[in-house]
Design a protein. Structure first.
Length: 95
């Protein structure tokens, strides 16, 4: 919370009526709020990323062993899996 107050003071001193600076300041504050909201579950998010990465590696190894080609569609499934798992984790944490 102290970090947000200090950042607000620094940003407000730099802001002299420029609309573009105001939009950038809003985006910085918004992203900082999201990071602070999710900070208690950051290790869970990273853990899910590691496990999905391991699953991806084993999937590639299995397809090479079987002689199958791995396609971008199959690789996209890992990205979708990562997003869905993390969104479910975040939704469970927020509610």
């Amino acid at each position: 919370m102290i970090v947000i107050v200090v950042m607000n003071q620094i940003i407000d001193k730099q802001n002299k009526g420029n609309e573009m600076v105001t939009v950038i300041n809003f985006l910085i504050k918004f992203l900082m709020s999201i990071v602070l909201l999710l900070s208690p579950i950051i290790y869970s998010i990273l853990g899910i990323g590691v496990l999905v990465g391991i699953d991806l590696i084993f999937g590639i190894m299995a397809s090479v062993k079987k002689g199958e080609k791995f396609t971008s569609k199959r690789l996209k499934d890992s990205v979708v899996k990562l997003l869905v798992y993390n969104l479910l984790l975040i939704a469970g944490f927020v509610t």
